[in-house]
Design a protein around this ligand. Structure first.
Ligand code: LMR
Length: 332
C-alpha cells in the first residue's frame, strides 16, 4: 500500500515537472549596442512587445541594449555559438563574418535618401544579400533603418581638405576605411561602446554617425563641430541563429515573423524623424557648432568620395554595385 502511494506521488511529481517544462517560454536574447531611445532600440522594444503578446507568453524576448551583454565583434561570435539568438548589427559589420557584399551600403553618396535605400532593402537585391548569410549559420529577417551620417571633430569640417591627418573612428568596414583615406584622414576601427571615451580622451579626433547615435551616446558633448553632410547611410539587418530559429515550432515562428514584419514597419517609420529630432537636440545643446553643407559644398564632397565606388568595386563586386544603381534607377 505504502509503495503504491509512493508511486502515485512520484508520477504526480513527474507530471507536474513535465507540465512546468512545457510551460517554460522560449527565451530569445536580443543584444544590441545602441541606446534604448534610438530607432533600433525602440524597434527592439516594440518587437519584444508584439512577439510576447502574439505568442501568449510562449516566447520571452530579453533585450540587452547599449553593449550591456556584448560589444560589436563579440555579439557576432555570441550569435554563432548560440549565446544570444537575435542581433541587429549595422550593415558595416558583416564583412568580418565573411559577407563583404554588405559593405555596398557603406559606399559614400550611394543613396540620395530613404526612398533610394528602400528600393534596395525592400527589394530583391536586399533579399539576395540576406540569403548570403545562411551559409554562416545565420538567417537575415529584416532591414531596419537608422539614418544618414554626419561627421564630427574638434575642428570645422567643411571641405575634404579639412580631414587631412585627422584620426577618425570607423566601424569595421573596408569601404569606410577607403572613404576616410580618400579624405586624407587616418581611419581607426573601434567598437561602438568605446567611441565616446576615445573622443573624450583624444585617442581619435572625430567620427561619423547618424544623429541618433551622436546624441544618445553624448558624443556631441566631446566634439566641437558637427557637419551635416549626409554622405552615407547607417542601418541594420536583424539576424538570428539559423539552427535555433528553425527549431522553434512552426506556428510560433510564424507569429514571430509577423511580429518582425510589423516591428520593421515601425522601425522604418520612426528612423527619419528620430534622427531629425536628435540633430535638433544636438544643435539646441549649444555644445557643438553645427555646419550644414550647402548643395555646392556637398557636391565637392561627393565628387571626391564617389571614387570609392570604383576603387572598392573588386571587394564588393562590380555587378552588385550595378544592381544597386539599377534598383535605385540612377547611373552614377
Ligand atoms: C556604430 O558602430 O557606429 C554603429 O554601428 C552602432 C549602431 O549599431 O548603430
Amino acid at each position: 500500500m505504502k509503495t503504491k502511494v509512493l508511486l502515485l506521488l512520484v508520477s504526480a511529481m513527474v507530471l507536474v515537472a513535465a507540465a512546468t517544462a512545457m510551460a517554460e517560454p522560449i527565451v530569445i536574447k536580443f543584444s544590441h549596442v545602441v541606446a534604448v531611445d534610438t530607432p533600433k532600440g525602440q524597434a527592439a522594444e516594440y518587437f519584444k512587445k508584439l512577439a510576447e503578446e502574439r505568442t501568449n507568453g510562449a516566447v520571452k524576448i530579453e533585450v540587452y541594449p547599449n553593449s550591456q551583454l556584448y560589444k560589436d565583434k563579440e555579439e557576432m561570435e555570441a550569435l554563432q555559438i548560440g549565446s544570444v539568438q537575435m542581433l541587429a548589427p549595422s550593415l558595416a559589420k558583416f564583412a568580418p563574418l565573411g559577407v563583404k557584399e554588405f559593405e555596398v551600403f557603406d559606399l559614400p553618396f550611394i543613396f540620395d535618401g530613404y526612398d533610394d535605400l528602400h528600393k534596395v532593402t525592400l527589394g530583391p537585391v536586399g533579399k539576395k544579400l540576406l540569403n548570403k548569410l545562411e551559409v554562416k549559420g545565420i538567417l537575415g529577417l529584416a532591414y531596419w533603418d537608422n539614418g544618414f551620417k554626419v561627421m564630427s571633430a574638434n575642428k570645422p569640417l567643411k571641405t575634404p581638405a579639412d580631414f587631412k591627418g585627422l584620426k577618425m573612428r570607423i566601424q569595421s568596414s573596408k569601404i569606410l576605411d577607403a572613404q576616410m583615406r580618400v579624405l586624407g584622414a587616418i581611419p581607426q576601427v573601434m567598437a561602438f561602446s568605446e567611441v565616446y571615451q576615445a573622443l573624450q580622451t583624444g585617442v581619435v579626433d572625430g567620427t561619423e554617425n547618424p544623429p541618433s547615435n551622436l546624441y544618445t551616446q553624448k558624443m556631441f558633448e566631446v566634439q566641437k563641430y558637427v557637419t551635416v553632410s549626409n554622405h552615407g547611410f547607417l542601418g541594420y539587418a536583424v539576424i538570428v541563429n539559423k539552427k535555433f530559429w528553425e527549431k522553434i515550432p512552426v506556428e510560433i515562428r510564424t507569429q514571430l515573423e509577423g511580429a518582425m514584419a510589423d516591428a520593421t514597419v515601425f522601425a522604418n517609420s520612426i528612423a527619419k524623424q528620430k534622427n531629425q529630432e536628435d540633430l535638433a537636440s544636438v544643435k539646441a545643446s549649444g555644445k557643438s557648432e553645427m555646419i550644414v553643407l550647402s548643395e555646392q559644398e556637398r557636391k565637392v564632397w561627393k565628387d571626391v568620395l564617389v571614387k570609392v565606388h570604383t576603387d572598392m568595386a573588386d571587394r564588393i563586386g562590380a555587378d552588385l554595385i550595378q544592381e544597386v544603381y539599377q534598383a535605385i534607377g540612377v547611373k552614377k
